[in-house]
Design a protein around this ligand. Structure first.
Ligand code: NDP
Length: 274
């Protein structure tokens, strides 16, 4: 029987994961099938178990199920534990479910390898304190930035995250007003504001000229955040398509044991930022 994989979410028809994994499978000569599962909002676990029973080997998990995927798993990686969320599941032959969270490593790989921007020794500002931020903090801190600041509308959430991560590096968190008069080499918009064409309440003065502004949302061209950065003089702008492809590549390695190339696919999927 052919190995089956799928991405589960709700809604799910917009997902690019089938395209990405089909491209990887073809390039790597892997015989597999990758589909879409629309998980019922009140029936995530049952939908996963059903897929597993029908011969599924693994799943990617997207909104709104990342927390439930984490809870369902029998074994969880350190990254998934810290995030309290999983974006990839592997089904073992004995029925156990393993959980991983590759969002943060995907973003880190995109910034460091694809964009050629080091995180080490840099001042990094992350906007937001939701699920995506929880996943990216540990991989970011592993790169030893000079300082990592988390700013969120709900300041308490950012402060709490920073406190949880304190043992892993120099990190602080609070509201937008707590950022301070500092310019950051890398500013990451990990809020969901761009999905509604809104701008997080960040000052244009946080951007260091010569730095990088990274928008986690993708396929939306110049979002209000990227436009703010551009108007502030930032030349290096990126959206989250590279992160999406890189997290998929990590899941592919985890499931199949071979690492696909990502560059051509990222180029093919990139919508110009203008
Ligand atoms: P969550 O819903 O978990 O968190 C949303 C965050 O955005 C919260 O911190 C919230 O602040 C903040 N926020 C929402 N609206 C505004 C606003 N108008 N101004 C300021 N802050 C705002 O979302 P996720 O963490 O799951 O996703 C965040 C973004 O990352 C989305 O755009 C998503 O598409 C993208 N993403 C991209 C991926 C990729 O592969 N490229 C992977 C995963 C996510 P508060 O707590 O104060 O409400």
């Amino acid at each position: 029987m052919i190995d089956r994989y799928a991405v589960i979410g709700n809604p799910i028809s917009q997902s690019k994961s089938p395209l990405i994994h089909a491209t990887f499978a073809k390039a790597m000569n892997q015989d597999l099938e990758y589909g879409l599962v629309e998980g019922p909002l009140d029936g995530f676990a049952a939908a996963v178990r059903e897929f597993q029973r029908s011969g599924g080997r693994g799943m990617n998990v997207t909104a709104p199920f990342k927390l439930q995927a984490f809870k369902l798993a029998d074994e969880k990686s350190e990254g998934a534990q810290l995030a309290g969320a999983a974006n990839a599941l592997k089904f073992e032959a004995d029925g156990r479910i393993l959980a991983e969270n590759f969002d943060g490593i995907g973003l880190t790989n995109d910034i460091v390898r694809n964009l050629g921007v080091a995180l080490a020794g840099q001042r990094v500002l992350v906007l937001g304190a939701g699920g995506a931020v929880r996943g990216l903090l540990l991989p970011f801190l592993a790169q030893t930035p000079a300082e990592l600041v988390i700013a969120n509308r709900d300041a308490g959430k950012a402060a709490q995250l920073a406190q949880q991560l304190a043992a892993h590096g120099k990190v602080r968190g609070g509201g937008y007003a707590d950022i301070g008069a500092i310019r950051f080499d890398i500013v990451v918009n990990a809020t969901s504001a761009s999905l509604r064409a809104e701008l997080p309440p960040v000052s244009p003065e946080v951007f260091a000229i010569g730095g990088l502004a990274y928008e986690l949302a993708y396929g939306r061209g110049l979002t209000p955040f990227l436009r703010l950065a551009q108007n502030a003089g930032v030349k290096r702008l990126a959206d989250g398509v590279g992160m999406l492809v890189e997290q998929a590549a990590e899941a592919f390695v985890w499931w199949r044991g071979v690492r696909p190339q990502t560059r051509a696919l990222i180029d093919q999927m990139t919508i110009p930022l203008q």
